[in-house]
Design a protein around this ligand. Structure first.
Ligand code: ADE
Length: 359
């Protein structure tokens, strides 16, 4: 169920990745937001280009959908090198990496998404490649099996993770640079949406920073989408594509605030960007458990959902907007959350002390 959520910050499938690709900026100059990270990266890029050196290995961490892969593409592009993309779960055996590593040209970028999910044996295998630019390869088999060491051209590993805490110490220490991603502000999302709408050739929208050529109703419409995008460009661009479809089929191609409102309600997305699963989760804590505190497993059982899914895909945004408190005794709704789902909480022994307070 959770996989199909329109407001999910994970990419839905390869097709969606392709759609994202067409909206993805190619150069640092077109990258919006993450200003601190971008400034530090621009300094590093200029320094290594002046010295004609490959960049140090870079760790990018932060919530999904915020542009870690996009940034890896831009770095390779700005360095004038090639990018190879793979992911932790895709690399099962060390041999899965041999071809990739030996084909890299000097200065190329190897991007490993979800690097915290690399198996320990692949991790061990990568260390000498990262540090000394060499790998061990076993040739022949049985009695004749022997190990030879192959050189790898100096390359840059960019590792991305949503769970920096799960990365092993030895792996973390091999990255020279580490950058963290923040959720985007509404203004930044609006700028991203203006750029996307212009690339998608949506009527009346141009990609300037001021009001050049942008119809006021289109601007208001994009503002509405930005408010519902959960601080995440991937969600913003997905909502924009759904609104575009709706406007084309039901509203003669005109994107007005009303069109945005109706189309996103049809998708179950409310004015704060919450979907049905979010609201159901909040309602259950409110109605069944009188606001909590209640254990995650109990909520999961009542909802018929997997607790890991709730923890990874539902709770982060509710915590971020201050709708949920995680206390020692369990999950608790805040007053703002109760009001949002139309519930009045009755004070009781459980939730009376410290109710609505974060720990
Ligand atoms: N598309 C997705 N993320 C973006 C960003 N940070 N800047 C510009 N366009 C984007």
């Amino acid at each position: 169920m959770a996989k199909e959520r329109i407001i999910s910050s994970h990419a839905a499938d390869e097709r969606e990745e392709l759609l994202n690709l067409s909206l993805r900026p190619q150069h640092m100059a077109d990258y919006i937001g993450q200003s601190k990270l971008v400034e530090k990266l621009l300094i590093t890029l200029q320094a290594v280009k002046e010295r004609s050196e490959p960049m140090e290995h870079v760790l990018l961490h932060g919530p999904p959908g915020l542009g870690k892969t996009t940034l890896a593409h831009i770095i390779a592009n700005e360095m004038g090198t090639h990018l190879t993309v793979t992911s932790g779960p895709a690399l099962v055996r060390p041999t899965d990496l041999v071809g990739t590593l030996t084909k890299l040209q000097e200065g190329d970028v190897l991007f490993i998404d979800e690097i915290h999910r690399l198996s320990p044996i692949v991790e061990e295998y990568i260390y000498p490649a990262m540090e000394d630019f060499k790998i061990d390869v076993t040739v022949d088999s049985g009695m004749h099996a022997r190990t030879i060491t192959l050189p790898v051209k100096p390359f840059t590993l960019i590792g991305a993770t949503t769970r920096a805490g799960l990365l092993s110490g030895p792996m973390r220490s091999r990255f020279g640079v580490s950058h963290s991603f923040e959720y985007y502000s509404r203004e930044e999302l609006l700028e991203i949406l203006r750029r996307s709408a212009s690339l998608l050739k949506m009527g009346g929208v141009s990609a300037g920073k001021s009001g050049d050529g942008l119809q006021i109703e289109s601007l208001q419409s994009l503002e509405m989408i930005a408010s519902r995008a959960r601080g995440t460009p991937r969600v913003a661009n997905r909502l924009l594509r759904r609104v575009r479809d709706f406007a084309q089929v039901r509203a003669s191609g005109r994107m007005t605030p009303d069109v945005v409102d109706v189309s996103l309600r049809l998708e179950g997305v409310d004015d704060l960007g919450l979907d049905e699963l979010d609201r159901k989760y909040l309602s259950i804590i409110g109605q069944v458990y009188n606001g909590g505190p209640v254990g995650l497993e109990a909520i999961a059982a009542t909802l018929g959902e997997d607790s890991g899914t709730l923890e990874e895909v539902v709770e982060p945004y509710l915590l971020q907007v201050g709708f949920l408190a995680r206390t020692r005794k369990g999950r608790q709704l805040t007053t703002a959350a109760a009001a949002h789902v139309g519930i009045t909480l009755k004070p009781n022994e459980q939730n009376n002390d410290g109710l609505f307070e974060d720990e």
